[in-house]
Ligand binder design. Structure first.
Ligand code: COA
Length: 389
């Protein structure tokens, strides 16, 4: 019987442009914060698992598992680096959960890092495109803004989703980020601002895109039965589920849905013994505004095709039926790709601890995180709860 797993410590850097910090300073800041938050000593930590997508190109430094262990002063414990594009650190977490569930490890630090702003935007775009089908898509000029623009166009055509509804995702997430000190942007925007921002890939504009960013995130996991030794408010991992879809968008029968979203979330609900109605808030992968709309549908919060109207109804805002991306999401909190998955889980932990300040969802007991690699080729869903069962 697999053991239950709990999160007892979290820590992250502010996301944004960190000209004054390298990869290792970001890792140290987030890692030390999470260890201090858990109140553990270095001697308790048995394993480190850290996600990063392309640190070798972005920062000239690969082997980030060893970098984590070395610069957190934890040699000679083992370390593992995970890579699954923008879902790299969620895969670090799901791997760590398996390590604790198995009984082999009792204290694992999970991390994620990316330092993207040391290269020019065109280089960042080319590097990110390595997460799609290189031979059949990227080599013909397709970029990630292009991939999600195709999905947006099709969604608009098939379901009547409007350009304004898509913009409302960005407006809401910028509003939420105003209450998040770790967010990259603290700037309110309007639908008009989005629609007048520079065109990136039709119909998506600058303010529909997550930004290029630097940052790191970290958390500490232990077996649930030991969690109260460290904290009065452990947050329990009720489900950890991963699914895959084609690397290339062009091989999918319907580009308004991501099958891996559907499969990963349905398996997660089953593991947790919950339905979408039991989830009180969610952090979803809004790398581009349209993807939040697609995610809310695929995760079962609203019927397929109704995601645009759902945003417009206000039900995804704070105080709505299911607040989405209270952290500001990738759009406004920032998206240092390797750090994003763990940062989503950190937001869920802060919400469930009741520590989310001006963005707190009142009475939140269960939250869901949804992290995507590529255009949904990897999807990882976690369900977290204040309650162990
Ligand atoms: N949202 C809001 N503002 C943004 C922004 C974004 N996504 N990206 C840049 N800005 C702002 C900058 O802060 C800057 O503002 P300032 O002039 O007040 O300082 C201005 O826009 C220009 O920034 P710059 O860095 O020159 O933008 P860029 O044109 O090089 O890059 C994008 C803009 C949209 C192309 C880039 O952010 C991008 O590629 N995003 C997508 C990243 C991605 O694909 N991630 C993986 C997802 S699968």
């Amino acid at each position: 019987m697999a053991r239950d797993v709990a999160i007892v410590g979290v820590g992250m850097t502010k996301f944004g442009e960190h000209w004054d910090k390298g990869l290792r300073e970001l890792i140290m800041e987030a890692g030390i914060k999470s260890v201090e938050d858990a109140g553990i000593s270095g001697k308790d930590i048995e394993l480190i698992i850290g996600g990063s997508m392309s640190s070798g190109i972005f920062a000239g430094q690969d082997h980030t598992g060893a970098l984590f262990t070395d610069y957190l002063g934890l040699n000679p414990i083992p370390s593992i680096r995970t890579e699954a594009a923008c879902a790299s650190s969620s895969v670090a977490l799901s791997t760590g959960i398996m390590a604790v569930q198995s009984g082999r490890y009792n204290c694992v630090v999970i991390g994620g890092v990316e330092k993207m702003t040391d290269v020019y935007s065109n280089m960042a775009t080319t590097t990110l495109a390595g997460a799609m089908d290189r031979d059949n898509e990227a080599n013909f000029g397709l970029t990630f803004p292009g991939v999600y623009a195709l999905m947006a166009k099709r969604h608009m055509h098939q379901y009547g989703t409007t350009r304004e509804q898509i913009a409302m995702v960005a407006v809401k997430n910028h509003e939420n980020a105003m209450h998040n000190p770790n967010a990259q942007f603290h700037r309110k925007i309007t639908v008009d601002d989005v629609l007048k921002s520079p065109l990136v890939s039709d119909p998506l504009r600058l303010l529909d895109c997550s930004p290029i960013a630097d940052g790191a995130s970290s958390l500490v996991i232990v077996p649930a039965e030991k969690a109260k030794q460290y904290t009065d408010t452990p947050i329990y991992i009720r489900a950890s589920s991963q699914a895959s879809d084609t690397l290339g968008l062009y091989r999918r029968p319907d580009i308004t849905t991501v099958n891996a979203n559907v499969v990963a979330s349905r398996n997660a609900y089953k593991q947790a013994g919950m339905t979408p109605k039991d989830i009180h808030f969610a952090e979803v992968h809004d790398c581009f505004t349209i993807n939040e709309i697609i995610a809310t549908e695929d995760l079962g919060f609203v019927k397929k095709g109704d995601g645009g109207r759902f945003v417009q109804s206000g039900e995804t805002q704070l105080g709505g039926k299911i607040p989405i991306n209270t952290s500001g999401g990738l759009k406004a909190k920032g998206h240092p790709v390797g750090a994003t998955g763990v940062a989503q889980v950190i937001e869920a932990v802060e919400q469930l601890r009741g520590n989310a300040g001006g963005r707190q969802v009142s009475g939140a007991e269960n939250g869901l995180t949804h992290n995507v690699g590529g255009s949904g080729s990897t999807v990882v869903v976690h369900i977290l709860s204040r309650n162990r069962k």
